[in-house]
Each structure stands twice: as C-alpha cells, then as structure tokens.
Ligand binder design. Structure first.
Ligand SMILES: Cc1cc2nc3c(=O)[nH]c(=O)nc-3n(C[C@H](O)[C@H](O)[C@H](O)COP(=O)(O)OP(=O)(O)OC[C@H]3O[C@@H](n4cnc5c(N)ncnc54)[C@H](O)[C@@H]3O)c2cc1C
Length: 555
C-alpha cells in the first residue's frame, strides 16, 4: 500500500466513480469488487482499517447453526435462505486466502437421546443445504468418543455428542489482505479520515463528501459520483448526514470475547455450548494458540468506549467452567475484546437475538446515498457484490459481472500448508516464527523476510520469546499504513488480541520503530508508548483482569 501521506495527496487530487465510506469487512469487500469492475474507487475509514466490528467477531466462517435452528423452529424461509447463502460464501472465504482461514470441527455435547437426535438431524440438514459447498459431514459420537475428542469436557450427564464442520479465520488480517489486494489493483485507501458531511446538488443529491483527517485535523473534499455507506453499526450516522430526514434503521448488540490458555482444552476441536440459561449459544474455540470464548449479547444505544466489563466476563467464565473440567478465573484471562453487531431493525421492539443477520442495500431516494447494512463477515463478498450492482445502476452503467469469487487475496497465490517449511529451510527461520509468518502473510512472508534482511537487528523478537520479529513490524509499517502502536499490535501482528501482558512488553520496540518511520520526536514516541500501556491497563482494570507487574515500561 502507499504511505498515508501519498494516499492523502492522490485522494485530494482525483475525482472518483465511487467513494466507499468505512473500512470494515463490508467496505473493504465493496472496494475490491468495484475496483475489479473497473470503477475508480476510494475508501476512507474514520479509524484504522478493520478496527471496529470486523476485528471483534467470533472469527467463525459459518452458515450459522443457531440461525438454522431458528429457521426450523419458526418455519422461517428467509432465515433458511440466509443460512444457505452463507454456506456458499463460507467456501469462498476459506479459498480466497487459505493461509488466513481453515475448516474447524465443532462438538456439541448432548444430555439426552432426544436432544442428540434433534441436534444430529439439524446438522444433517446443515450438511445437506451446503450442497457442493459442504465441508466434512457431521457425525454422532458415543459418550467415550466425545470424551476422547475433548478430554477436558465435563462428562456429568453427557450421553454423546454431535460434531460438525464450519470455518475459522483471522478476521483482522483478512481485512488487511482485502485492503492490500484492492490497493494493488489501483484502489485508493486511507485510514483515519472521517466523513463529516456532504455537499449536495441543488436537487439534493450527493455531490462530494467533507472529510476530516483525524490525525492532522485538516478538512478536505472528496469528489465522487456515488457514495457507498459501509459503516456497519455507525451506518445511521452517515445516512443522517446525507439526509437528515432519514429514519434510523440500526440496532446495536454488544458482544465480548475472552482469550484463555489453550492447553487446558487439550483438543483441536471447538466446543459449542448449546444453550445458556438465557437461550444463547457460546463457543470455546482453539484459535491460533489461544482458547477464544464468546460471546455475550446485550443491546446498547452507543457504540463508544467499547470494552469488556467484569460482569460480561463473569458470564462467560460461568459457562466455560460449567461445561469444561476447569476452574478458570479472571487471572487466567490473557486478553478480551468487545464489538457491536450491526443489526437491521424492521419495525417494533423485537429482541436483538431474534433480528435476522441478513444484509440489505438501501438507496436513499432524496440524496442518492447507497447503504449496505447488516450482514455478517462470512457473507461480506455477497454483500459487496449486491452493493456494487446498485452502484453500477446508479452510475448508469450496464451491470458487469463481479469477479470477486475468483479473486485470490494477496499472499494466496502459490500458498500451500507447508509454506512455513520453505521459510525454515531457505531462510533459517525458527519453526515458530516461520509458522507465525506464513499464517499472517501467506506467500507475502517472503517480502517480510527481505525486510528482516535489509538491516541488522531486525531478526530480534519484539519481546523475549515472541514469534514476532522487529522486521515484521517494519514491513507492516511500510506496507500496511499503521499509525499507532495499537494498529500494529491489535491488527497487523495480533499480539494484543491474544495477550495483554505481551502487548505491553512489545510496545517499546513497536513504538520506537513506528516513531522512526513516521518521523515522531523521541518525546512523542515515549509518550505514545506510555499512552498505549496506560490504555491496556485501563481495559484490564475495567475487566478486573490482573496484569503481570513485570511488564512495565520506563523511559
Ligand atoms: C461479537 C460479534 C461476533 C461476531 N461473530 C461473527 C462470526 O463469527 N462470523 C461472522 O461471519 N460474523 C460475525 N459477526 C458479524 C461481523 O463481524 C460483522 O457483520 C461485520 O464485521 C460488519 O462489518 P462492517 O464492515 O459492516 O462494519 P465495521 O467492521 O464496524 O466497519 C465499519 C467501519 O466504518 C467506519 N466508520 C464509521 N463512521 C465513519 C465515518 N463517519 N467516516 C468514515 N468511516 C467511518 C468505522 O471506523 C469502521 O471501521 C460478529 C459480530 C460481533 C459484534
């Protein structure tokens, strides 16, 4: 990708066919689709790319067994179709960047023969409706096989289990791979640029957007023929900027996750806790070396200051300790994160758990703003295709075919599961570092290796024992536009998502490299490091998670 300064210059100088507002799954997928169809495209995000909902998901690539259950229980054809569509998209997502996504086996424990029959029948329907897009078939397990599959499963009253397959992925890096692929095709993308208003033509149509660079405070105009609102849970804000008479459509539902040590699970199979006391499902998923547990669901009014609270964490710990032979406490929690589901409200006060997770493309008649709202990560490609079909219609172009289904993402061409071995044998990386790099960058890991070799000292870990090397951080700074320590640790290299103590330990090296490359003064660099550490400590305090006192920074 360009540097942020170069991207700003290009965006100010040009006029575009399409301006995509929002750099989460929906916006990044839409920008790629538009660019592939030959539309000159710019994408802006108010914060970092993939920094909101799209990096706070359960990281499942799924049709949604829970939605299938609702579809069957309520004889709801719309939900059924949504699951079927998502199962088709599941295969695309797994194939477009195989280094970031993979199939996952999940186990549902059963507590009566009747329940086992009901779940097994549901999973067979899940297999069937996937059709050609199916992964491995679901299976019924005896009690002994269930215990052998997840040895830490609490076996009291378990009569057997059902296993089924879905996918899992690295949501933040997937978003970045979409951004980089679009940039390689000529799309302009920039982070930390917020849309704060619109210029309208005399007949009320959108003519240009007012943008604010949230780092420098500068304001400028973005000229485009169409505007696509992909701001997820914040979509009503843009809809109201375009047309103050628009009716709010979004309902927000907060969900948190916690990260625990994986070794306690003693399995590669994920656990689906089928029913909480309030009728939800919770997942405990092996995810890149940690156990990811989530999620909660609470309707909220404002999506600001999103952090996991001690109350929400206690809810997840209660269920994980009920279903596993564990006594996890808050001191076992390595990290936590929170996000907001963008759910499209129809009318009335329907419970957010019941709102359909499908998407909708809305065209505001007065302003011409096109909004893609709702949906889920798994269906981002289909949502983007739908949105760009509408953009083409608005531009008066003949509808062209979307080619995103056959577009591999950067790092995917030539990738095989043994790519890490090549990194070990050709470049002498340790097995751990090579696996980490192959999983984050695919075949682009070779560019990371080149960066590491460009300067002495870059093969050092960012903190003792880390798989992340200083050269990987430098590569990301130069190629992926991070502007802060959090951008780097949360989304580029992922340390913050797994372990807050490690994130604090890595902050000095990451901050120094960012400061050097982005031209920060030594004082500003030190301030950024301290501010980041204080932020992580504040999250831990709100979540009542004790941090390791050894990880502090002195200047
Ligand atoms: C707890 C939870 C678990 C989930 N689990 C799964 C799962 O396992 N699988 C799955 O498929 N889906 C899952 N989802 C759903 C999925 O994560 C979301 O549907 C998807 O990420 C939404 O992407 P988005 O791009 O629409 O929104 P976001 O990712 O929120 O992106 C919107 C972007 O718009 C930007 N923005 C806002 N205002 C402005 C402005 N004025 N100017 C410029 N930019 C602006 C924001 O900074 C943000 O980056 C989950 C969601 C949650 C909350």
């Amino acid at each position: 990708m360009k540097t942020r300064t170069a991207a700003l210059q290009s965006i100010r100088d040009k006029s575009f066919d399409l301006c995509v507002i929002g750099g989460g799954a929906t916006g990044l997928g839409s920008a790629l689709d538009a660019q592939l169809r030959g539309l000159s495209t710019v994408l802006v995000d108010a914060g970092d790319f993939v920094s909101q909902t799209s990096s706070a998901s359960t990281k499942l690539v799924h049709g949604g067994v829970r939605y299938l259950q609702q579809a069957l229980a309520e004889v709801d054809y719309q939900q059924f179709q949504m699951v079927r569509k998502a199962l088709k998209e599941r295969i695309h997502l797994l194939g477009a960047a195989p280094y970031l996504a993979r199939p996952l086996t999940l186990l549902v424990p059963c507590y009566s023969r009747l329940q086992m029959f009901y779940i097994a029948a549901g999973m067979k329907i899940y297999d069937l409706i996937a059709g050609d897009a199916r992964l491995s078939p679901s299976r019924i397990l005896s009690r002994a096989d269930a215990e052998a599959t997840i040895p830490s499963l609490r076996m009291d009253k378990v009569v057997g289990a059902v296993t089924y397959a879905d996918g899992q992925f690295d949501d933040a890096r997937y978003g970045l791979a979409l951004a980089k692929t679009s940039a390689q095709l000529g799309c302009e993308l920039i982070n930390y640029v917020r849309i704060v208003g619109f210029d309208h033509t005399p007949d009320g149509k959108l003519a240009a957007a007012y943008a604010e660079d949230t780092i420098s405070g500068d304001r400028f105009k973005i000229a485009a023929r169409t505007f696509l609102n992909c701001t997820g849970p914040f979509a009503d804000g843009i809809r109201l900027l375009a047309n103050p008479l628009a009716t709010p459509r979004l309902r927000m539902s907060k969900g948190i996750h916690i990260l625990l040590p994986l070794d306690t699970l003693r399995s590669d199979t994920a656990l689906l806790i089928p029913k909480t006391d309030d009728g939800r499902v919770i997942f405990a998923i092996p995810w890149f070396g940690s156990l990811l547990v989530g999620t909660t669901e609470d309707e909220i009014e404002q999506a600001t200051d999103l952090v996991a609270t001690d109350h929400e964490i206690a809810y997840l710990l209660k269920y994980i300790n009920r279903y596993l032979n564990t006594t996890f406490t808050s001191s076992d929690i390595q990290a936590a994160f929170a996000g907001v589901r963008p759910l499209v409200a129809s009318t009335g006060k329907v419970n957010t758990k019941k709102l359909v997770r499908d998407h909708e493309v809305e065209i505001d008649g007065a302003s011409g703003l096109i909004s893609v709202i709702g949906g889920k990560w798994t269906t981002y490609r289909a949502m983007a295709e739908d949105g760009i079909d509408h953009v083409e219609r608005k531009l008066g172009r003949a509808k062209s075919a979307s080619s995103t289904r056959s577009q591999p993402l950067t790092g995917a061409p030539g990738y095989t599961a043994s790519h890490w071995q090549h990194l070990v044998s050709q470049y002498g990386l340790s097995e751990h570092v090579a696996k980490h790099m192959a999983q984050k960058f695919g075949t682009d890991a070779l560019q990371v290796v080149e960066t590491i070799r460009s300067e002495p000292g870059l093969s050092e870990s960012v903190f003792p024992g880390s798989d992340v090397l200083a050269g990987e951080v430098l590569y990301c700074i130069r190629e992926e536009m991070p502007q802060s320590i959090e951008d780097m640790l949360a989304r580029r290299v992922g340390i913050q998502v797994h372990n807050w103590n490690h994130a604090i330990a890595a902050a000095p090296v990451v901050g120094s490299l960012l400061g050097r490359e982005l031209g920060w003064s030594p004082e500003a660099t030190d301030q950024a490091i301290h501010a980041y550490i204080a932020k992580v400590q504040a999250w831990a305090s709100k979540a009542a998670i004790p941090l390791n006192a050894a990880h502090t920074h002195s200047s």
